[in-house]
Design a binder for this molecule. Structure first.
Ligand SMILES: NC(=O)c1ccc[n+]([C@@H]2O[C@H](COP(=O)([O-])OP(=O)(O)OC[C@H]3O[C@@H](n4cnc5c(N)ncnc54)[C@H](OP(=O)(O)O)[C@@H]3O)[C@@H](O)[C@H]2O)c1
Length: 286
């Protein structure tokens, strides 16, 4: 990568930010397409977020990604937001167009593209079981309903949070059939009847000691398993692979949500394969 007098800036605001994989695949994509843009990890303490946002205009940034803990607080500091940010109250991408800062959230779109393009799975008309009721669950359930999912079953460790998610979804998408089930019900094979997609949006599986969310013996024979966790291969993903089920892990979503950000900034189709290869090479998985 050659930095010149003309090089434009992109990056990711986070605190901490050193774990971020985004610089790896975004720089690979810019380089592959010969774009004169560099993507930097930008450590921003919460108290410095307003001044960091100002700096996007001062340094004529193309845009930035925004990660923990800024996804919510950045929204009030932007000039415009798209309708998904309006719905969810969080943003993970900022575009700087002539000093006007517009916020987007690419998690839902990235997840759907990953599911369709890499997983070959179309959720339209399907019954889907979603584990979790945190920020990721809000983004992914909205995108599944927009994509035509007919029945959504929500299962979360804290039931009240699942009920809150259901209420939020019912208010915005009254046509979708929604159910909440207790967390212990995940051991009941009957729960998976007609379910064709299981999505784990919880943090369960991030650590070795977390254990498995769904025991292999209750996983139906022809279900698609999608786990958003990307730091390790979870027990759920391992069980799905052992049972020869169609399955994706969070690396796919990470790349695709980054690809949607890339397309917002550049207006060009993201080189998905290049982005994927750069991450796998960095993780020495090639
Ligand atoms: N692949 C990607 O691109 C991508 C993007 C965004 C997020 N993620 C991943 O998504 C996960 C959730 O992120 P988030 O932002 O939605 O977090 P969040 O808002 O804090 O929500 C966490 C969720 O996980 C549940 N949970 C946490 N530990 C659990 C455990 N040991 N057993 C069962 N449930 C547990 C929580 O249940 P309670 O309500 O009971 O606490 C809640 O539903 C993280 O692993 C994150 O890395 C991946």
């Amino acid at each position: 990568m050659e930095i010149k007098g003309t090089t434009k800036l992109c990056g990711v605001f986070g605190y901490p930010v050193r774990h971020s994989i985004s610089p790896v695949f975004q720089n690979a994509a810019f380089h592959y397409l010969g774009l004169d843009i560099v993507y930097l990890p930008l450590e921003v303490k919460p108290e410095n977020l307003p001044v960091a946002v100002q700096s996007l205009r001062a340094f004529s940034f193309v845009g930035v990604n925004v990660t923990i803990p800024h996804k919510k607080n950045i929204v009030a500091l932007l000039d415009e937001v798209d309708e998904e940010v309006e719905l969810l109250g969080v943003a993970n991408t900022v575009l700087n167009k002539d000093d006007c800062l517009k916020g987007f959230i690419t998690d839902g779109k990235g997840f759907l593209r990953s599911l369709r393009e890499e997983g070959g799975f179309d959720p339209a008309g399907k019954k889907v079981l979603v584990f979790g009721a945190g920020g990721t669950a809000y983004a992914l359930t909205a995108s599944l309903i927009r994509a035509g999912t007919s029945t959504l079953v929500i299962c979360n460790r804290t039931r009240e949070r699942a009920e809150e998610l259901k209420k939020h979804l019912k208010g915005n998408f009254p046509h979708c059939h929604l159910e909440v089930i207790g967390f212990d019900r995940r051991f009941d094979p009957g729960v998976y009847k007609e379910v064709t997609l299981i999505v784990n949006t919880t943090a369960c599986g991030m650590k070795d000691e977390d254990g498995i969310l769904v025991p292999p013996e209750v996983l139906p024979e022809s279900v698609f398993v999608y786990d958003v966790i990307y730091n390790r291969q979870t027990e759920l993903v391992q069980a799905a692979l052992r049972k020869n089920l169609a399955c994706l892990n969070g690396l796919s979503m990470l790349i695709y949500q980054g690809a949607v950000s890339f397309e917002i900034w550049t207006g060009l189709p993201a080189p998905i394969e290049v982005m994927k290869r750069s991450v796998l090479a960095q993780r020495k998985l090639l």
